[in-house]
Design a protein around this ligand. Structure first.
Ligand SMILES: *Cc1c(COP(=O)(O)O)cnc(C)c1O
Length: 398
């Protein structure tokens, strides 16, 4: 039963590029195609546009432009931050700290370093997905060189106490990296106020193009170059720059940042309405993550007696794009490591669905989800042997 309706509720996976962003990019693919490293006029136009974008990115996180390095996206920024600082500081020590709920771009990078002989400590989170601060302090040793904790989680939306973690790291003179891919322009961020040394961001999570991102590197932070080749990005990240992408990212971050003060309350209102309605209209459901310390657009619910994957397929038939725990774990049978880290049993983690709202999301979209969801859940539950067992047992108990 396909419909023409399309309700996109997967903004944590990616966002549509703004029209203004695309229009700003086109000239740098057409007439202003020069290589920014060259010396003639069309090259210096490209170079100038790139430096403007660098300043735009810097402005939003309160850094200086010289501390922004362009990369191919969030994954590269995370890899560079972690591998680059781990190796640059390995004479000081080889102990690294991270959390149990990071994006795979971070966790798999740490697995790689573990194979290379680095020692890791994973800091646990509480049942609402907030990192335990005293566990960080307890884990730090004289060998520790890096702490990496995300600013906001991509699956359950929890916002971490970045400023408090930054203060601990600053006091102990340890580098602090935060994966802020979900946070940039969705919540306020300030690298000075938060004592962040390395920060990853990605344009396609704030209505910019895919394949472009940045790493903020605080001045004097010891970090190795990541790509070796030409002298681009002050010799730290070689390779001809993705000029159109960089221009698009600058435009996207500026517009999204300007809209943030209106967008945050709008999304929170829609988010909380959706959570309330799901809880009221479908039995045996609960919210994953913290009720308030969560991204404005994130709704992650566990719905007992169903498979998240099946529900996502049925939603798709109704024209609703949603996700199970995380786009990255979709396609595998392993439940999300984030949902397990907040203490969900395997079955519950499998029965989770994530709706992430964005700028185009309207109250009508939310009402449509609320209208179709209970029927879909019921369809799946009727087929579930676990559910019929549960119903029989509850009948006996009355
Ligand atoms: C999307 C995402 C990434 C990866 O960014 P890409 O630009 O897609 O490589 C990393 N971390 C988090 C938290 C993300 O949400």
């Amino acid at each position: 039963m396909n419909t023409d309706k399309m309700v996109y509720m997967d903004h944590a996976a990616t966002t549509p590029a703004r029209t203004e962003v695309i229009e700003a990019m086109v000239p740098y693919l057409k007439e202003r195609y020069g290589n920014p490293s060259s010396l003639y006029a069309i090259a210096s136009e490209a170079k100038q546009a790139m430096e403007n974008a660098r300043a735009e990115v810097a402005h939003v996180i309160n850094s200086s432009a010289g501390e922004i390095y362009f990369t191919s996206g969030g994954t590269e920024s995370d890899n560079w931050a972690i591998i680059g600082s781990a190796y640059a500081n390995r004479k000081k020590g080889t102990h690294l700290i991270t959390s149990g709920i990071e994006h795979h771009a971070v966790t798999h990078t740490f697995h790689y370093l573990h194979d290379k002989g680095f020692k890791l400590t994973y800091i646990p989170v509480d049942n609402e997905g907030i990192i335990k601060l005293d566990a960080i302090e307890d884990a730090i040793t004289p060998e520790t060189t890096l702490v990496s904790v995300m600013a906001a989680n991509n699956e359950i939306g929890t916002i971490q106490p970045v400023k408090e973690i930054g203060a601990i790291c600053r006091e102990k003179e340890i580098i602090f990296h935060t994966d802020a891919v979900q946070a940039v322009t969705h919540i306020p961020l300030d690298v000075e106020d938060m004592n962040v040394d390395l920060l990853s961001l990605s344009a396609h999570k704030f209505y910019g193009p895919k394949g472009i991102g940045a790493l903020y590197i605080r001045k004097k932070t010891r970090i190795d170059s990541f790509h070796h080749g030409g002298g681009q990005e002050t010799r730290k990240r070689a390779g001809t720059e993705n000029v159109a992408g960089i221009v698009g990212m600058g435009k996207a971050i500026t517009i999204s940042h300007e809209k943030m003060p209106l967008e945050i309350p709008k999304e929170i209102k829609l988010r909380d309405y959706l959570i309330r309605e799901i809880k009221q209209n479908i039995s045996h459901t609960r919210l994953n993550g913290h009720p308030q310390k969560r991204l404005p657009g994130n709704v992650n619910m566990s719905i007992d007696f169903i498979e998240g994957e099946s529900l996502v397929l049925l939603l798709d038939h109704k024209g609703i794009a949603a996700s199970t725990g995380s786009a990255c774990s979709s396609g595998t049978l392993e439940p999300s490591h984030v949902l397990l880290a907040i203490g969900l049993p395997h079955e519950t983690a499998h029965g989770s669905v994530r709706f992430t709202l964005g700028e185009e999301t309207t109250m009508d979209d939310i009402r449509y989800v609320v209208e179709v969801l209970p029927g879909l859940v019921e369809r799946l539950r009727i087929m579930s042997p676990v559910y019929s067992d549960f119903c029989k047992r509850s009948e006996k108990n009355v």
